[in-house]
Structure formats: C-alpha cells, structure tokens
Design a protein around this ligand. Structure first.
Ligand code: ZN
Length: 392
C-alpha cells in the first residue's frame, strides 16, 4: 500500500533526524550505570525528555520507584503498543548487558511513533531491574501490561535473531543450621552445616543426569563457615534452576527440595529455604508479531539474521509474554566472536558508532512494526489469535 510505504519512509527520516537523542541516552546511561530499582538518573532523564515530546507520564508506578509509563493516546486508537525500556546496569560491570541501548531504542521508537499521528496508543513503559530484581515480574503481575495489544523491546547481542525462547527460572537459597564445636577437640558435639551443603551439591549433580536437556542448574556456596577449626554452624547455598516450561521446572525444584531435605537428615542440620530473587516465567515469542518485525528488519537492510533458536537463559520479559503478545528480538552490535555480553568490553562497545547505528536500525524496525499494527487490522488479529492459542 502506497500510503503505508510513504508513512514508513517518513518515519525513517524522522528517526534519523532524532538519532542524537538515542545517542544521548545510550551514552548518559553508560556513563552513569545504576543497578536495579535505583535507576534514578536514568529515569529522570528519560521521563523528562518524553514529557518534552508531549507524553503523559505516570511516575513512579505503584511502589516501584524507578518504573514509569509514558503514554501518547492517538486518535481512535486501533492498536495499543507498548515499547519496553530497560536501563539497569550490572554491579561492577556497568552496562555489560547493553540495557542502556534498550532504553534508548525504546525511547526513540515511542517518540517517533507518537509524532506519526498513528491511530494507535503509544506507550514507553519504563521497566527497571531486569537483572536480579525481576521488575517486569512485579509489573506483569500487577496487570500493568494488560491494556496493551503488544509489547516489544530489542536486546543488543552478538547475533541478530528475531525468534527465541528463554527458560523459566527459580532462584532458591538453601540455609542449613548446624551446631558449632571445636573441630578437633570435640567434633562429636558439632553438627556440620557445610557437610549438608556439600551433600546437597552432590545430590543435585546426580539429579542433573536425569532431567531434560533444556534444564540448567547452577549454584554457589554463599556461606560455608568461618574458620577451619570450628565446625560450621551455618552454611548457605544459592541456586538458579531453569527449564523451558514452568510446570517441568516446578518438578525439578520439588526434586531438589527432596535432595536438600535428604542432606539435612544425613547431617542432622536443619533446613530452611526461600526464593531469594523473583521467579521468571519462560519467554514465549509471539510468532506473527515476530514475522512483522522481521519483515521490517529485512526492509531496513539487515541481512544476517540467525535461524530461530532456543535460549537457556531467562528474562523477566517471560512474565510479560504470558500477559500480552510480546517479542524480545536481538540485534547484533558486534561480530559474533568479538565480545561477550556481561563484560566491561561489551559495555564500552555499546556506545561505539557501530553499536549506535545498529540500535537506530532496530528502533526503526520497531517503529515500522507499530505502523503495520496501526493500519493493518488483519496482522493484529493474527497476533491476538496466536496469543490465545499459546495460552490454551
Ligand atoms: Zn539483558
């Protein structure tokens, strides 16, 4: 359709003319990294700029200090579109996951889409604390995404990929309480909590052999005693358990709990356990929405798109994907073997010309996708149908 093509060209021009704003946000966040739920500088800058562009801001949302919704309600909205912005950094490493670019891309996508006067409601949804805090878990469970027809964000990566999955995740802490004693003088009076943790690791390593291949289990000993000559009275292990489906993950965690109880019985230590971070649901990418995004990415000249792939990590966007049709594609900002994410090198690279150009391209693909959804009702219908199928 000629009108849509013209509108898309206009959108691309507009995005180009505003790209300095994308650069500004990416650089400012990179220079001022803030960990989850304390992204005050990031949200101050982004919400101020969105307000200047005429967005109506709700900030903060409920009792999450650094989450916001910036809304632009178009005339007769046919589609309600949420661009998700992330902006949290990793402790010590800064923006080694590139969330500064996620914030900048979502910002530009929302601003440009709002200026096109689409028959759509456009929202920039500020999602804090993706790393370790599960900000979107809280936001999704509070129903903050339910009013939207779709939600999307693009994540910087070492490969471009549109369709992917991610594992459900439970973060569990096992705390054993034993009894102190002189380790040489009267060991028979002690109950060794560290032994319980070691038995727990051994039991879990045996379990590893008998789970499906999507399962990932990794743990650390967070506390294991204070001195070699004192029987450890307290020991703590922390594990991440992940699996492709929530139901199966629950089964794996049940088995791990049995192992943990077994370790307590073998040593006489007492066991407490808790979820020390918010759980993530597995991510389900909406297929028809992924297709629309991919067509636009190709239209913009991105050629090297990897085939669909299962992901074994986890994201709090998983929880959003069970509430509304969602995509979480990846854009390559470097060559595959050049950097790995969650490193300082990757953080430095996020503000290179190459990374910023790629972020601009991905933001444009989101904008063109918004145009398609606003004008082509059959696309939106297919997206909703696929979502209903996914739920049943
Ligand atoms: Zn990330």
């Amino acid at each position: 359709m000629k009108e849509i093509d013209e509108l898309k060209s206009r959108a691309i021009g507009l995005a180009d003319s505003l790209k300095e704003e994308l650069h500004e946000i990416a650089r400012y966040l990179k220079e001022n990294p803030e960990i989850g739920f304390s992204e005050f500088k990031a949200t101050e800058l982004i919400t101020k700029k969105l307000r200047d562009h005429g967005f109506e801001i709700s900030f903060p949302l409920r009792d999450i200090p650094t989450s916001f919704i910036a809304a632009h309600k178009g005339k007769v909205p046919r589609a309600k579109i949420a661009f998700m912005l992330e902006y949290d950094a990793l402790p010590d490493i800064g923006h080694g996951c590139g969330h500064n670019l996620i914030g900048a891309m979502g910002y530009l996508a929302a601003v440009v889409s709002s200026k096109l006067e689409l028959p759509a409601e456009i929202a920039a949804v500020g999602c804090p604390g993706e790393e370790n805090f599960g900000g979107k878990v809280v936001m999704a469970s509070e129903g903050l995404f339910d009013r939207y027809d779709v939600a999307m964000l693009v994540h910087p990566a070492t490969e471009t990929g549109v369709f992917s999955t991610s594992n459900a995740l439970d973060a569990i802490e096992f705390v054993y309480h034993g009894k102190e004693a002189h380790a040489a003088g009267c060991p028979e009076k002690g109950v060794n909590a560290l032994d319980a943790v070691i038995l727990l690791f051994n039991g879990i390593n045996a379990l590893r052999e008998h789970v499906t291949s999507d399962v990932r289990i990794h743990g650390i000993i967070a506390e294991g005693g204070k001195a070699a000559n004192v029987v450890p009275a307290k020991a703590v292990a922390r594990f991440y358990f992940r699996a492709a489906e929530r139901e199966y993950l629950n089964e794996v965690v049940r088995k791990a709990h049995n192992i943990a109880q077994g370790a307590a019985m073998m040593t006489g230590a007492e066991l407490e356990w808790n979820n020390y971070e918010r759980s993530n649901d597995n991510f389900v990418a909406n297929k028809p929405l992924s297709e629309v995004f991919k067509e636009n990415l190709v239209h913009l000249g991105e050629t090297n798109i990897r085939p669909p792939k299962e992901g074994f990590g986890s994201t709090d966007a998983g929880n959003v994907s069970h509430r509304v049709p969602t995509i979480h594609p990846y854009i390559a900002i470097c060559d595959k073997d050049e950097f790995t994410s969650h490193t300082r090198e990757f953080a430095d690279h996020t503000v290179s010309d190459r990374a910023l150009d790629k972020a601009l391209l991905a933001a444009k693909a989101m904008i063109l996708t918004a145009i398609d959804l606003a004008y082509d009702t059959s696309k939106l219908e297919n997206i909703k149908k696929a979502f209903e199928g996914q739920r049943s």
